[in-house]
Design a protein around this ligand. Sequence first.
Ligand code: NOJ
Length: 544
Amino acid sequence: MNVALALEGNDWWRRAVFYQLYPRSFQDSNADGIGDLQGIIDRLDHLRGRGDSLGVDAVWLSPTFPSPMKDFGYDVSDYLGVHPDFGDMATMDRLIAECHRRGIRILLDWVPNHTSDQHPWFLDSRSSRSNPHRDWYIWRDARPDGSLPNNWRAVFGGPAWTRDEATGQYYLHSFLEEQPDLNWRNPAVVDAMHDTLRFWLRRGIDGFRIDVMGMIVKHPDLADNPLNPHWSPGSAEPKFLWSSNRNYPDVYEAVRGIRAVLDEFPGSMAVGEVFGTPDEIARYYGSRSGLDGLHLAFNFQFIHEHGHVFTAWDAESMRRIVQNAEAAVPPGALPCWAFGNHDRSRFISRHDHDGRGHERARAAAVLLLMLRGVPFIYYGEEIGMADVGIPDSRLQDPARFHTPGRDPERTPMQWDGSPSRGFSAVEPWLPYGPADVNVAARQHDPASILALYRRAIGLRREFRSLEQGSLRVLPSHPDVFAFERSLAGEPSATVLINTATGVRRASLHSPGRVLLTSRAAGAAGQTGQDFEIGPLEAMVIIHG
Ligand code: NOJ
């Protein structure tokens, strides 16, 4: 068996390539149309193992806990279990062991901001005003004029408050009304949630992706959010800012508390889903006294910026995004990059206005894996999956905060070209995409996007400057994003991304060897100082 050793050391995550896996859609092993943990075990060789595997170091599983599935697992009814759709605790233990045997670390998706309304804590909490769990959630009376307790909006639309008839008060829910927000100002909630982390860390989980990290602690008085100065009637801007309930300064103290729990388990780590300005995001890494916050905080600017989906593929945006991130992360910390996830339209579909999304996706693979920092690959990106059109009758996502919801980017992984795509023996929970987009078809094709991903991951391993080196943006043609990766004592590398659909000239400070090009027919080999870079091509050149 050709299994590389796991990355060593407690800071393994600094060198890791991560893979986000949506458990409902990876592999169905028990013929119910829904992916499950046994299915993931059965497919681990794709990620790392025998033969031609991708070679990732860690996986993040979107939520696997018991849940009424109103928000497909982001409404947790038991933090210490496994949803029967996915399997049971014994299968989870085997998955952890099988991952570790292959050198893969495994992260669960921890949802601290809210539970399901079916969580026993909330059932208790809503049962009476005097229940000991009452204050575990955020309950308020209507204002004296009968209006809602404040002006906060739910992320999925509508007011963030729902009145509970039984006790006559409103509870806060930043997402669906079936997702009541926990009260992180109550120390009992903090303790209970910390214990859920310990439970999984003791079982061998290596860390967590933390859902909506920035909302868990709100303004102490739940003050109204101020009007957004950029809003006007009919504009796409939200009417109110989020300053009372997102990145409220007290949240950083809660983050440090979470970090302290992780520090009880050396080698564990967390990556936060955070939104905000680069400076707000940087604060999640720690306080002035050091990196005592999250190990990593996602930078989503290649997916969406200021709430707007990112569709630009131009060198100027790349320069801005990368330079902002580099300037904002504190010394010693690493940026964390994702080009797709389960909440947004897939990369190819976002960049396909001229039918050339596939070429951009190939260049994006190179960019993602060559940037300084920690890359997250969203399942299916490595075979070029695009959004799948979902007929109205099969739409699943209740949170249609962007039409038509998030189903198109959550469709089953396509393992082969058969009618079942190798995913399930029965009709899958969401329809499949085109049959020709599949692992088997790409596996042995050296010109495939899968081969490109594998080579790019391999290069990070091979060249320490690419894995750990610093990043410096280089002067270049306006259409070409160019940067250098270098590390003392190691050969440096130049990465070039031509974002134009025409040929552009590129020049290097010294000649080098082309290690990788995103073009299927692109040639590797020696190159001079001045040369042409093809339409939408990405190149990695090593010097010395
Ligand atoms: C962010 C998650 O990524 C998304 O899928 C979910 O709906 C919300 N948080 C609410 O938990």
